[in-house]
Design a protein around this ligand. Sequence first.
Ligand code: IPM
Ligand code: MN
Length: 371
Amino acid sequence: MQKNIAVILGDGIGPEVTQQSIKILDTIAEKFGHTFNYSYCLMGAIAIDETGNPLPDETIEECLNSDAILFGAIGHPKYDNDPTAKVRPEQGLLKLRKSLQLFANIRPITTYSSLQHLSPLKNKQLEDVDFIIYRELTGGIYFGEKKTNEDQSWAYDGCVYTKEEVERIAHLAFKSAQQRRKKLTLVDKANVLETSRLWRKVVKEMAPQYPDVALDFLFVDNAAMQIILNPKQFDVILTENLFGDIISDEASVISGSLGLLPSASVGAACALFEPIHGSYPQAAGKDIANPLGSILSAAMMLDYFNLKEEATLIRDAVSWTISHLFVTKDIDPINFYFTSTIGELICDYIGGRMQGDINQENIELRKSTII
Ligand code: IPM
Ligand code: MN
């Protein structure tokens, strides 16, 4: 198989984690006889520095001509504390989502038994947690009309949804539930918001098309509580843009490290794959960031290409590193391995150079021990 992949390294730790994914994709390509061509594009703070624009037109063009996009991270502290900044890195990502109509953001939440001690939740609550969030990504309050008056004593963000916008992501969420444990939970605020009442109505009307899926509803405030109290009750969660932004960050702490979690943003014609963590500027260039969020995002990309065996092999390799405690500093601040070493170990596993025969001495040499 031949695929063209647009790569947006982005800001902060984006480049170093994405480079590990590319090494791994190359190892997969070699093993399975595929060709992955990469074209590198700019977006985010780095694009502002180099071109003045967080999303240059060439990047949109290149992404539209690609089969998929692999993206690192976005953001720089110099913009975070300056609410007056007219040009901001995040505008690049929002514009890319809108231009490519990447309407569904998919975030799987899984747990690893060897990392349970890192989770703020008790072990009892972590058993069998495995759910997936479908967050609408190109509508709602993020993209509604925005206004402020002249003296800035008043501001307005409008929230709009259409039936079609709800339907297209709801179909994906129902189909995902059919492949999983057949339960779909719509998270909304239908006791207050008109847009939420539309979501409920449209999703209810669709339910007969998916008779094998049990549909239920939760208000977002209750959902925020349930995700912590009893996360194993969820299978597929469907929600609008802003609620999804909030509850997916909340859910991400369950697994123990934000650095582990991947995401896919899919549209009609294209899809983008990125770890859910931010640009973590304090760690940039130090080879200490966790590359697994990016690597698991690359696995989601292979699923999207329908390369199931290849995607499973990456996930097995990731589980193998975690269960052998080959982990980065966010997981073990004392005995940790570098970002690039984790990438190499995963390549070695995929290339068949590790299974059953771990050369512990060789691995120890690549460990960083802080005493
Ligand atoms: C995310 C991020 C973005 C969002 C920011 C960077 C605009 O938090 O992907 O969840 O709010 O959607
Ligand atoms: Mn977010």
